[in-house]
Design a protein around this ligand. Structure first.
Ligand code: MIC
Ligand code: SF4
Length: 641
């Protein structure tokens, strides 16, 4: 039996475990990346490990999320990350250099290598045939220290593309189509490989749009072959030496195969508040639009920006619409400027934002009250834009421009003829905004600069054998990390200040949660299915841990969040019978006895002390996870060992 692309890379990086679906495998990690919103915590964790230098082939620290500096906090964190990176052998990508995934693809990603990043959209690197995964900060810190990255051996899915995209239909529509087919839960436990004749016409940035949004399917990662298209991209980046060919064997076996005919694809749009809430653009025609945002790690490549500029050329955007453009990197912005396309964008009335995440993470540009915002981003979770009652829709750059010009949701195919966009043969290379670390010999002389916003890391409690605690919150299905630990300009600066951050925990669901949890001392949260989907932010586990949450019981968990809960010493337990979810209410007192024996046997009985009912819960963890949970979290476990 042959291997899929991902299986080949896994085989080459396997440290321990068996490549059998569902069993735990440990992978050697070649590269890591962090961004600033998760990076501060990841480097604090790395520091507690007491290592002098990172052991990876390349580690890069990006500043791209917390770039609005309306107080000292973000600037202090940037200085902390810059100094700690330099000391420990990590490259530092300065604010303004661009969004981590875009820059990493351009300058550092290598086909066939492994990458983990403290950001859930790290799979963007799959666009050049790299096995790239999102992870919690603690796991990234461990990988920087030379530790393996543990995942459950995923299933293999294949998407075969046939045909060719029609004008005004683009890679983003492919992402939305697969979300329509599979839903936000459809990729859980799987790696999605893209192939078929149809990929030949997709450039690396288009492939990266697709692997980027594979995150929204809940997939472990997504990957394209490394072929002549990849070689061409790397050559244009002056990195042809990084190219290796990589494809699946003809007799590779897949657990699921999906066919998409690109000839048939129409412009699509994801409606509020979920990326899989997908319909055709034409079905919403005429809906009034207040705001349009173009950018984010999904759609901010030079190719996307050149298309946008060509469509805006000699036109003026509708007076009722506010349009923002954030190019993905300094390279993209420079080249847009050099060829004059930037002038076309500015002349149209667009507002140019810096090369950063910006509106995607609610770092400015929040919509007006009850506003309709069309965004080329990957997430439209409730409240994420910073305006609680806004309706955010996810679209392609083509559909975004059509709305900016007409003031309403408009099928971009009505714009006439798609202008020809020619990609330059070579990209402009200027890495001056990436600061290399000092040499190992000089590392001792680098002082790590810590601002007052950096508060000590919250200590987890060791696991108890008996747990009696009240349900502090009961939530429904598909709760995202944006529900658990919201982001946005007002809260993000406090990512290194857990006590302050805790005031906003579960703010989207129930503002009174933090106070109630604190009053209870210890408590349990009940969730529906796919609990913790979305971001890799470990704050969605660390903050509940700080507030005394000892267990989360749900119908199922998203992969990265489950790992973050374990790392924080919170028990992620699942209902053996999902219907038992209905047998627990907020305020019920729950009792778990024999937690240790339960961890060993994989099953534990919960007693609802309020109703008297007994409920069976599953706790099937790997040996390593059991040890981490028994110790009360990864840091406690690492200290013990
Ligand atoms: C996001 O898109 O939600 C983020 C912000 O990039 C997160 C990371 C974070 O919360 O800092 C992610 O996707 O992992
Ligand atoms: Fe940044 Fe948005 Fe991408 Fe997250 S999804 S990395 S916030 S651009």
């Amino acid at each position: 039996m042959g291997y899929t692309i991902a299986q080949k890379i896994i085989k080459n990086h396997l440290v321990s475990g068996e490549m059998r679906v569902g069993s735990e495998i440990a992978l050697r990690i070649d590269q890591t990346l962090t961004q600033d919103a998760t990076g501060t915590m990841a480097y604090l964790e790395f520091e507690t490990m007491g290592l002098k230098r990172v052991k990876t082939e390349k580690s890069v620290a990006y500043i791209d999320h917390n770039t609005l500096q309306s107080g000292f906090e973000n600037a202090d964190d940037h200085r902390y990350i810059q100094s700690v990176a330099s000391k420990h052998g990590i490259y530092f990508s300065r604010p303004g250099n661009g969004i981590c995934h875009q820059v990493h693809l351009e300058r550092f990603g290598i086909p066939g290598k492994t990458l983990i990043g403290s950001d859930s959209h790290t799979p963007t690197g799959g666009g050049i045939g790299m096995l790239s995964m999102g992870a919690g900060g603690m796991d990234v810190a461990a990988a920087m220290g030379g530790g393996a990255y543990y995942i459950t051996m995923p299933k293999m899915y294949k998407v075969n593309l046939t045909g060719k995209l029609k004008p005004f239909v683009s890679a983003k529509d492919i992402s939305l189509e697969i979300l329509r087919i599979l839903s936000v839960k459809g990729g859980v436990g799987a790696i999605i490989e893209w192939g078929g004749e149809g990929i030949k016409n997709l450039s690396v940035p288009e492939r990266a749009t697709i692997t980027n949004m594979g995150t929204e399917l809940g997939a472990t990662t997504s990957i394209f072959p490394s072929d002549e298209v990849t070689r061409e991209f790397l050559r244009a980046e002056g990195r042809e030496q990084d190219y290796i060919p990589l494809e699946s064997d003809t007799d590779a076996v897949y657990d699921k195969v999906i066919e998409i005919d690109l000839n048939e694809l129409k412009p699509l749009i994801a409606c509020p508040h979920s990326p899989d809430n997908v319909v055709t653009v034409e079905s919403l025609k005429g809906t009034k639009v207040d705001q349009v945002c173009i950018g984010s790690c999904t759609n901010s490549s030079l190719f996307d920006m050149l298309k946008v500029a060509a469509l805006l050329k000699d036109k003026t955007i509708k007076e009722s619409v506010s349009l923002s453009i954030s190019p993905g990197s300094k390279q993209v912005l420079t080249m847009l400027s050099d060829c004059g396309a930037l002038s076309d964008i500015i002349a149209s009335g667009a507002r140019l934002l810096e090369c950063a995440c910006g509106p995607c993470i609610g770092m400015g540009f929040s919509p007006n009250s009850a506003g309709v915002s069309l965004r080329t981003f990957n997430r439209n979770f409730e409240g994420r834009s910073g305006t609680a009652d806004a309706g955010v829709y996810l679209v392609s750059p083509e559909t975004a421009v059509a709305a900016a010009l007409t003031g309403e949701i408009t099928d971009p195919r009505l714009l006439g003829t798609m202008p020809q966009v020619n990609m330059p043969p070579n990209f402009k290379i200027n890495d001056t905004a990436v600061i290399p670390p000092v040499s190992e010999a000089s590392a001792d002389s680098v002082a790590v600069l810590r601002g007052p916003n950096i508060k000590p890391f919250p200590e987890s409690k060791p696991q108890a054998d008996v747990l009696k605690a009240t349900v502090s919150l009961k939530v429904g299905d598909n709760i995202t990390t944006d529900h658990i630990m919201p982001a946005g300009a007002k809260i993000l600066p406090y990512r290194s200040n857990i006590p302050y951050l805790s005031n906003f925990c579960f703010g989207v669901c129930d503002k009174s949660f933090p106070e109630r949890a604190k009053e209870l001392g210890e408590s349990i949260v009940i969730g529906g299915s796919n609990y913790g989907q979305g971001s890799s932010r470990e704050h969605a586990a660390l903050v509940p841990m700080y507030l005394g949450v000892r267990a989360v019981i749900s119908k199922s968990f998203a992969r990265i969040h489950a790992a973050n809960l374990i790392n924080s010493g919170i028990l992620p337990l699942t209902f053996k019978n999902p219907d038992d979810y209905d047998k627990i209410s907020e305020g019920d007192l729950l009792g778990l006895t024999g937690v240790f024996a339960g961890l060993d046997s994989g099953e534990i009985t919960l007693k609802n002390e309020t109703s008297g009912e007994k409920i069976k819960l599953l706790c099937s963890f790997t040996e390593r996870q059991k040890k981490i949970l028994k110790a009360g979290g990864l840091l406690a476990y690492a200290k013990e060992n």
